[in-house]
Design a binder for this molecule. Structure first.
Ligand SMILES: [Fe+2]
Length: 268
């Protein structure tokens, strides 16, 4: 079962209305590489992962993606808050208003409604995990595109956080992919027939510690800071993350989202 914690994974407090950005950001809600597609993809594929390790990882990441859906919803809501009809018309959101007023609706940035065709499930763990790795990289790239389209630090902070989580997810999927690949290479096909029972979901992979999952930039929590920094450093050392301008700068500015956003923009 799922239980709900009444807080966002990363605090969101956008003070400046920006309808144009809301229109683009919606793609991370209902677009092909968005958080809703990610959550459903993993929570669906987990059932036929061949062992507890796979089921647990896809459960953990799929669940975290639900928290990201919530963050994106909150961001869109805050970006649109208080908009007048005239402002909505100017931003090209009059068609959205006609159908949905100011309610949220999962579409991509071009207004194409969410579809389950955004993800696949083959039942082959290697094929499904390849899709998942690609999905994480595409989500990371879209977050970088979105960061390019804003200069609001209240927006850049959460987008950077979400972008970083995609890199962590990619890395975890890659580890699992390589683990299964090795098993296959060793001629062990038994895992293909392991089946599943619901209880296995309870065997959590603990792929992330709670203090790492909840990013509180305004709290001086050294455990949080160190564990997060260490993970970033490890990923950078292992070349698991895309090249960033300068890893030391990134680490030093981890809690200065505006400067971090500038650095990412300068990279491009
Ligand atoms: Fe992700």
């Amino acid at each position: 079962m799922f239980s709900y914690q009444k807080r966002l994974q990363y605090p969101i407090d956008i003070k400046k209305k920006d309808l144009r950005l809301a229109k683009y950001l919606v793609t991370q809600y209902g677009g092909a590489n968005g958080e809703l597609a990610a959550a459903l993809r993993y929570l669906n594929q987990r059932v036929t992962m061949p062992d507890n390790r796979g089921k647990a990882l896809l459960t953990d990441i799929g669940t975290e993606e639900l928290a990201h859906v919530e963050m994106i919803q909150t961001m869109i809501y805050q970006l649109m808050k208080g908009a007048t009809i005239e402002e909505l018309k100017r931003a090209g959101l009059d068609t959205h208003y006609a159908e949905h007023n100011k309610a949220l609706y999962p579409t991509d940035a071009e207004g194409v409604p969410f579809t389950v065709a955004y993800f696949a499930t083959t039942g082959d763990p290697l094929a499904d995990l390849s899709e998942d790795m690609a999905a994480e990289q595409k989500a990371r790239a879209v977050y970088e595109n979105l960061i390019d389209l804003t200069d609001d630090p209240d927006v850049i902070g959460p987008l950077l956080w979400l972008r970083q989580r995609e890199i962590v997810h990619f890395t975890r999927f890659k580890e699992l992919f390589e683990y299964y690949e090795k098993k296959l290479k060793n001629g062990n096909n038994e895992w293909k027939d392991m089946g599943y029972s619901g209880d296995e979901y309870m065997d959590s992979s603990n792929f992330m510690e709670e203090d790492e999952m909840f990013f509180m930039p305004n709290q001086n929590n050294s455990t949080n800071t160190n564990s997060y920094k260490n993970k970033m450093q490890k990923e950078a050392d292992n070349n698991m993350m895309p090249a960033l301008p300068n890893n030391d700068d990134i680490l030093q500015n981890l809690y200065n989202p505006f400067e971090l956003g500038n650095m990412i923009m300068r990279r491009m």
